[in-house]
Design a protein. Structure first.
Length: 209
């Protein structure tokens, strides 16, 4: 039996996945996590084979947190299950060591398939992700600007787009405010804009946030 844990903010997601896999001959839900900070201890205790993780989980401020999780708990493979932009986050998620990225708009059968195949050692992504990544590779230089951004820069940009101030972002990412200002300048330069409004608008146009 494949042991699966769910880490998500939304009760409906926990309920939906629980209901879908109830009585499944190969998959058993063994844990429910609501905050990233509880995951290390929970994984040590529950030892799930698969962790279904939402990138919007409370307490998960950086993709580096996921990378650390992968390193600390190699016995648990991570499947990202999120509403965040696939084309933006999948490349960095791959670098972090996750095994699959499934968008929440997908049918639960795709999540089921991912869990079964990931448990066999595969690294897989949905057809939508593959198509989008292929399309991105054919885009012109301007459209591919976001690929120059690091995981941290994408995270800072996301918070800026949400209207957060530098000091708020610094607190969320456990960095000093000067560092956030540096990231902001890098973002302006890399996306070829001169102010925050244009930065956010361009990020939305390119589907970075």
């Amino acid at each position: 039996m494949i042991k699966v844990a769910i880490a998500d903010n939304q009760p409906v997601v926990h309920f939906g996945i629980d209901s879908f896999f109830k009585g499944h001959p190969q998959i058993s839900i063994v844990g429910h996590y609501w905050n990233f900070n509880e995951i290390p201890e929970a994984l040590a205790n529950d030892k799930p084979d698969i962790l279904v993780l939402d990138l919007d989980l409370e307490g998960l401020a950086s993709m580096n947190y996921v990378k650390s999780l992968v390193k600390e708990f190699p016995f648990t493979r991570i499947v990202i299950y999120s509403n965040l932009s696939e084309q933006t986050y999948t490349p960095n998620a791959i670098k972090a060591g996750i095994a699959s990225y499934i968008h929440k708009s997908s049918q639960l059968e795709k999540l089921e398939d991912a869990i079964l195949r990931v448990n066999q050692g595969e690294v897989i992504f949905s057809d939508d992700v593959r198509k989008k990544l292929l399309a991105i590779s054919k885009q012109n230089k301007s459209e591919r600007l976001y690929r120059k951004l690091s995981s941290r820069e994408i995270e800072v940009l996301r918070y800026l787009s949400d209207g957060k101030k530098n000091n708020e972002i610094a607190k969320l990412l456990d960095l000093n405010e000067k560092t956030i200002s540096t990231y902001k300048l890098r973002l302006l330069n890399k996306l070829n804009v001169t102010n925050l409004v244009d930065l956010v608008n361009k990020a939305k146009k390119l589907e970075i946030v």
